[in-house]
Design a protein around this ligand. Structure first.
Ligand code: 4NP
Length: 151
């Protein structure tokens, strides 16, 4: 069983989509997928209504999800920790206790463009093509992640 954690800032826009998309591509017999935020503002909340809508448009229901904050214990619970941007990366890395924990943390778009450290834009304030753009970036990345995990 492979365990994957998707991380963004609020755990209401990007990482809930990443969680829902990867789950949709994999059998729950093979993988556990969860998501978390580096900030605590939205703990217990549903995903942002715009993320719920864009997921629904693509046939994915993310409404069972509730936001939670990243925990230091997640380093032990998960095999892969995919972050959306550099700020998430730096925040998570600062909590790691050793190099094997640091090695679990990856910028999710490096699955598509290895080594480029591209960011999934934060759609919360309405910039950079918004939620459909985020969906497409995460869908393409999760295709690759799903193939890697099943191989
Ligand atoms: P997310 O988006 O990190 O993709 O969930 C955000 C959600 C909330 C805030 C910022 C980004 N916020 O500032 O409350």
């Amino acid at each position: 069983m492979v365990k994957v954690l998707m991380v963004c800032l609020g755990n209401i826009c990007r990482s809930p989509l990443a969680e829902g998309i990867l789950k949709s591509k994999m059998s729950s017999e093979n993988v556990i997928v969860d998501s978390a935020g580096t900030a605590a503002y939205h703990i217990g909340n549903l995903p942002d209504s715009r993320s719920i809508e864009i997921a629904k448009k693509h046939g994915i229901d993310i409404t069972p999800q509730r936001a939670r904050a990243f925990l230091v214990s997640d380093f032990k619970s998960f095999d892969y920790i995919f972050v959306m941007d550099r700020s998430n990366y730096n925040n998570i890395i600062s909590l790691a206790e050793n190099s094997s924990e640091i090695a679990k943390v990856k910028m999710i778009l490096n699955e598509l463009h290895a080594g480029d450290n591209l960011e999934v834009p934060d759609p919360y304030y309405g910039g950079n093509g918004g939620f459909e753009n985020v969906y497409q970036l995460l869908d393409a990345s999760c295709d690759i992640i799903a193939k890697k995990i099943t191989n």
